[in-house]
Design a protein around this ligand. Structure first.
Ligand code: ADP
Ligand code: MG
Length: 328
């Protein structure tokens, strides 16, 4: 069988069209240089990499180089005002994967529901000091609140329902949008990443997270209605950029609850790439019951089911984040 790619003839063009000839010559050259068998879909995009779930060639992501020193941290807000899209799951498992790669990671539970704390095996009602105390009480220091998790290098600032009072109490404070940024400042030299798990709203707590952050990651459920709320989120982000935090960037959007067997999932992901192009991470997180199981177990999937597809995906996502964020 010929190893040359099949190129359909296009009779609508002049046979001597230079552009077509150039492309054909380039493809022949690539085919001649490339000893590996060609992936037909990849040939169409001019790459020899397999096509990923986003319809683009999947990059080969190198194992991250270890770090000799730590800090200053990149602060990432995990943000989407819709609930149940995978913010908390992504915070835990991206954080745990970055920690596996030798990064020092601090996770901030910034949702009064305390799901991040629960997901890491911390009972939100048994904690003495929480993010609320850190925000509201000047005598409370970061070290009083930080909890070590069972994953080496992964720490947590836990929260519980008390945090919902902060939203009301902060309204009357001077520089109320900068409260979290001030509270996290002492952690910046100590960690490589600080990831803030936001609540599902665009209220004052989320504005605090966006003001403290260098970057945002938006988890998006592969469902038709997922795209509807994004315009509002983008508007909030640009308001925060204008008024409070000009350096804020969107680090990326990550598709969650992806099911490669359904046309629906693939279509939603294609629309996402159409709208946000390279901002969409190549890695999509598949829908699997292993994630709800990890919540019950109170640990990341990377330790609970270390060789599962879900653990693999979050490690790949971590590699993408390390590639996208220089200096991390
Ligand atoms: P959010 O923080 O945005 O509200 P969560 O991360 O808490 O979302 O996820 C909501 C629910 O969906 C949880 O029960 C979680 O275990 C589950 N879940 C998250 N990601 C996945 C996934 N990829 N596949 C299946 N279930 C998931
Ligand atoms: Mg959550």
């Amino acid at each position: 069988m010929s190893t040359q790619p099949f190129v359909p003839r296009d009779d609508t063009h002049d046979k001597h069209d230079h552009e077509t000839l150039d492309i054909l010559t380039a493809m022949d050259t690539v085919a001649a240089m490339e000893p590996e068998p060609q992936n037909p879909a990849a040939v169409a995009t001019g790459s020899n990499r397999p096509i990923g779930p986003t319809g683009r060639p999947m990059p080969k992501l190198a194992h991250p180089a270890p770090r000799e020193t730590h800090g200053p941290a990149r602060i990432i807000a995990m943000c989407n005002q819709k609930g149940g899209v995978g913010k908390t799951t992504t915070t835990i498992n991206l954080g745990a994967s970055l920690a596996e790669f030798g990064r020092r990671v601090l996770l901030v539970d910034f949702d009064p529901q305390g799901s991040l704390s629960v997901g890491l095996g911390v009972n939100p009602y048994e904690i003495e000091k929480s993010v609320y105390s850190l925000l509201m009480d000047r005598d409370v220091s970061l070290a009083d609140v930080v909890v070590k998790t069972n994953v080496p290098g992964l720490d947590l600032l836990p929260s519980n329902i008390d945090l919902s009072a902060a939203e009301v109490q902060l309204v009357n404070e001077v520089a109320r949008e900068q409260a979290l940024s001030r509270a996290l400042a002492p952690a910046v030299p100590e960690y490589d990443f600080i990831i803030i798990d936001c609540q599902p709203s665009l209220g004052l707590l989320t504005v605090n997270a966006l003001t403290a952050a260098n970057g945002i990651i938006v988890p998006m459920e592969c469902e038709f209605f997922a795209l509807r709320g994004v315009a509002m989120l983008v508007e909030t982000i640009s308001k925060v950029q204008d008024r409070l935090n000009p350096g804020l960037e969107i680090d990326g959007l990550v598709a969650t609850m992806y099911d490669s067997r359904t046309l629906h999932s693939r279509e939603v992901l294609a629309r996402l790439v159409e709208a946000f192009e390279d901002k969409v991470f190549h890695t999509a997180i598949s829908r699997t019951v292993r994630f709800p199981e990890t919540t019950v177990a109170g640990e990341p999937i990377t330790t609970f089911a270390s060789s599962s597809g879900g653990a693999y995906s979050y490690r790949e996502l971590a590699k993408e984040v390390l590639t996208r964020c220089p200096g991390t």
